[in-house]
Design a protein around this ligand. Sequence first.
Ligand code: TUI
Length: 314
Amino acid sequence: MIKTSICELLGIKYPILQGGMAWVATAELAAAVSNAGGLGIIGAGNAPADYVQAEIRKVKKLTDKPFGVNLMLLSPFIDEVADIVCEESVPVITTGAGNPGKYIARFKNRGTKVIPVVSAVALAKKMEKEGADALIAEGTEAGGHIGELTTMVLVPQVIDAVSIPVIAAGGIADGRGLVSALALGAQGVQMGTVFVCTTECTVHDNYKQAIIKAGDRGTVVTGRPTGHPVRILKNKLAREFDKLDKANASPEEYEKLGVGRLRAAVVDGDADYGSVMAGQISGLVKESKPVKNIIEDLIDDAGKVAGRVRLICM
Ligand code: TUI
């Protein structure tokens, strides 16, 4: 049994959160993760408030367990979405791609647990001061919008800087990853890429197959010069982004190339010119399985790994 303070804080069986991936983390995936004992999270991404509200209502029908919503702070609809998650009394809110400071008090007044994603120590300290219940420290191995530091160096530095629980994210997909995160002092893990390759995840099968086919060097970071670096699988779109880097292109040219590309990958299955966001751990993901199998195998494996570590350390 692997139980940590995060299980108590969030009312979940296992200290496993599913990343709130834009377009990818739908009510179906979130409910499957929550029903399997983790915390399923709906990704609000750039979606308008009525879409997010419909997803929240769907997840409430599919599970009676706690769930979360991830707010992508760069969304043009962020204020309306923040209103909706308050109205719907969502149990847990995670945030990404910015500083959620101005929303924290309002969420907490509704009894919602607030867990910002941070990629550096400075924001971690600020979030603790502003009332965050826990933090997700996400390393640059992760898919999508990323910071600079690796999980291995970020997590212990964030842990030493704050007193609230820290969840590790970026580069984790199995029992070894979970035990390693716990060894660094984390109280749990958040995983994204491995949950894309699940029966319950509604992304186009081409998206799942592209992750399954990817090797250890299968991802690349695009858009660095824009200040919003995004990790995607290497494909024709990634090569076009590389051309923009080499041509010192303007932010508008990056915007033009990127617009609608995540939807193209997720909905249309365009694995060539779509933005197939995925983490560096893609090389470890070899098949698509039901969420329940992933979580149970992972917990089982983590127990064995912890046993091995104990033997070595005696
Ligand atoms: O948010 C994510 N991952 C994402 S969001 C996303 S949608 C998007 N698409 C294109 C461009 C931008 C976003 C796809 N993947 N992960 C959590 C995360 N948050 N990673 C890094 C950060 C972060 C970065 C800077 C959090 C805070 C921050 O600080 C800003 C500040 O004001 O201090």
